[in-house]
Write a protein that binds this ligand. Sequence first.
Ligand code: GRF
Length: 217
Amino acid sequence: MSNPLKVAVLISGRGSNMQALVNASREAGYPAQIAVVLSNDPTAQGLEWAAAQGLPTAVVNHRDFGKDRESFERAVDAEIKKYGCQLVCLAGWMRLLTPWFVGEWLDRLVNIHPSLLPAFPGLHVQQAAIDYGAKFSGCTVHFVRAEMDHGPIIIQAAVPVLPDDTEDTLAARILECEHKAYPQAVCWIAQARVNVIGEKVLVTGTHNPDAVMNPVG
Ligand code: GRF
């Protein structure tokens, strides 16, 4: 097998998606490896887990840069390039990125969002889906563009919204599919099967449309 793709995972908190990516990367034949876990917050829970797993971790504290977002991002960029990263995965990363960073990593920067985009971008989206009366929600892995929660969609997975759902129960149901969809998306990228054509993603070699629409189904 060719060398595994080197991935930086950027977190701001709990890091359960980062854990899913790390666990997947340890499976035999998985075509990507987690080269560094980086956080903007030194107290992010996920950092401790990653360090305990023996993974390289890094902190670039956004507070050290005041309002200068681009300098902060240049420091993040320098750190992940130190590890030779070829792909950046945002996994609960709570900083908006400037067009500079997005351009630097264009089509090599992915995010996971807990709704079926373009429905419900932003925060508290599980509650928003419940309040709207949506019958399905889910998760989306997409390439990042300068506009928040926007960009070519690589994979989505859908779950039902049940009548008695609370924000927490729906979030837990969605999180379960996030943990499958994100490793699947990174696997396809590492296999060079993901092509962005006119702001749409074509995944080559997935002749079964169910595999693209619902990896957990
Ligand atoms: C996930 O729901 C993800 O979709 C969103 O932020 C949450 C992060 O959770 N972007 P975790 O830190 O990966 O557990």
